[in-house]
Design a protein around this ligand. Structure first.
Ligand code: XMP
Length: 511
């Protein structure tokens, strides 16, 4: 276990991810965690993250020097590096000279941490203060124009630090620097694999559940599918999955859940076919927020009714949620099982249904969830499915949602997705919404005749977390193929446009 002490920037998660990419298990702890608590978890190494403060700022998180004397290997990054320097008697100078972004680093002594790297490399910096003198016993390894001591190490005490952010992709050789620390300085073994994750989770689920019954809401998305498949693997017939078919999914997705997922996992699935209910409730509605509220409300009603019925018939003790590690970290951690209070993935559940939550993915990042899904044999299309909003195609039809319009959009969307997959771009593109401007018409010409059809919008984006996104520069040939096929195969559509807005200012979805 490698513990990443979070000094408050958004980098701690990224560091933990990179460590896990090196096949070493890693978790994040808050910088307020006491040295005693940290050591009680018996970490095999510790990484101190960057943070927004100056080590001299009032209320800046302090590093307890005892943590550095415990014999556990420690790597300090940016703020963590400066805290380490300060705690061990080095000098951190307020140079007033900020270095931000890409910076050229010169290596003077590669030591253990920077072994076999070129003499100069570009690294990503974000700091105001600088370490001007390393603590006693440390070798200075590198410098930049603004940081006379940009990296140091003490091989004997297994302590090291870097001023830059090796965890971000803009830092050349970043992953290698982290791995040199983990494997060479700290002497760890890379043994965290998806097979281990699966085995451990299964054991835990069995222990928690015993012989009781579990319910899981399947959405068609990766997280709920992988969570359900894990639980199924662990306790088999004690699990029942509920799939609310609201009719707003894309082509093939409902079938994927109803057929493929059941075939692969053998899960006991209850399908609530409520297409009519959702369409009826959405009739005449054009306002995006109103649509969202209606879809959310109807979803809860359906799920509630199905769950209550199952609880009456079979007795249900646990509910599976596909909560991921970033959600856990962002909501401030917390313990294993909790009674449902809030709205998470499934939406608000009725107070009188008392389940205990099982969250088998709560220590995992998305890429690990995918690896686990693949390990469990889920279909590739399910494992690599792009994020898809709960309200589904309901918020990708601009205007009223009708059965006819859903069919048009489903057809166009299937073409776009098919061509993206054929171009092997699925994994590069974060998401590829296709949006029907159902209330807009334009004049076109097809064959010899005038047409008066609808435009369809392609909205491919790249992103890391959906908080921000950039429009994806899809190759022209791919765009052309999609456009030609959609206008040829969907008679109602005579114009294909590409959305080239980043987020912000645009959101990923149109509604
Ligand atoms: P926006 O459109 O706000 O979306 O940039 C950010 C990410 O969230 C997804 N999204 C949703 N996911 N329920 C969900 O589960 C929703 O109501 C919802 N609305 C947006 C969106 O697809 C994107 O990935």
């Amino acid at each position: 276990l490698v513990l990443v002490v979070d000094y408050g920037a958004q980098y701690a998660q990224l560091i933990a991810r990179r460590v896990r990419e090196a096949s070493v298990y890693s978790e994040i702890v808050d910088s307020g965690t006491s040295t005693e608590e940290i050591l009680a978890r018996k970490p095999s190494a510790i990484i101190l993250s960057g943070g927004p403060s100056s080590v001299y700022a009032e209320g800046a998180p302090q590093l307890d020097p005892e943590l550095l004397r415990a014999g556990v290997p420690v790597l300090g990054i940016c703020y963590g590096f400066q805290s380490m320097a300060k705690a061990l008697g080095g000098t951190v100078a307020k140079t007033g000279q900020r270095e931000y972004g890409r910076t050229s680093l010169s290596i003077q002594d590669s030591g253990c941490l920077l072994a076999s790297l070129p003499n100069t490399l570009n690294v990503w910096m974000s700091h105001g203060d600088s370490v001007s003198r390393a603590p006693e016993g440390f070798d200075v390894l590198a410098r930049t124009a603004g940081a006379p001591v940009a990296a140091f190490e003490d091989r004997e005490r297994k302590l090291a630090g870097v001023q830059w952010h090796p965890e971000v992709i803009h830092s050349q050789w970043g992953q290698q620097v982290l791995e040199r620390f983990l494997f060479d300085l700290a002497g760890l073994t890379p043994d965290w694999t998806s097979a281990n994750i699966v085995a451990e989770s299964i054991e835990q689920i069995r222990e928690t559940v015993g012989d009781r019954r579990v319910l899981c809401a399947l959405s068609g998305g990766v997280d709920s599918a992988v969570a359900a498949a894990l639980v199924q693997e662990a306790i088999g017939s004690q699990l029942t999955c509920v799939f609310v078919d609201h009719g707003l999914l894309r082509e093939g997705e409902a079938e994927q859940v109803k057929e493929d997922f059941v075939r692969v996992t053998g899960v006991d699935l209850v399908v609530a076919d409520e297409k009519e209910r959702f369409l009826g409730a959405l009739s005449g509605v054009t306002d995006p927020e109103e649509k969202r509220k209606i879809i959310g409300r109807e979803f809860i009603r359906t799920f509630e009714a199905t769950a209550a019925q199952l609880a009456g018939e079979r007795g249900i003790d646990f509910l599976v949620q596909g909560t991921l590690y970033p959600d856990v970290v962002e909501s401030g951690g917390g313990s294993g099982a909790a009674n449902i209070k809030s709205h998470h993935n499934v939406g608000g559940l009725p107070d009188d249904l008392q389940f205990t939550l099982i969250e088998p993915l709560r220590t995992m990042f998305k890429d690990e969830v995918r690896a686990v899904g693949a390990q469990l044999g889920l279909p590739e299309a399910m494992v690599w499915r792009h994020p898809f909003p709960g309200p589904g195609l309901g918020i990708r039809i601009i205007g009223e949602v009708t059965a006819e319009r859903l069919d048009i959009l489903r057809q166009a969307d299937a073409i776009a997705r098919h061509e993206l997959t054929a171009a092997r771009l699925d994994r590069e593109i974060w998401q590829f919404p296709v949006v029907l401007l159902a209330d807009v018409r334009s004049v076109g010409v097809q064959g010899d005749g005038r047409t008066y059809g609808h435009p369809i919008v392609l909205r491919p984006v790249v992103s890391d977390d959906a908080m921000t996104a950039d429009w994806a520069k899809l190759p022209y040939e791919v765009l052309e193929k999609i456009s030609t096929r959609i206008t040829n195969e969907c008679p109602e559509i005579n114009r294909v446009v590409v959305d080239i807005t980043s987020k912000p200012p645009g959101t990923i979805e149109w509604e």
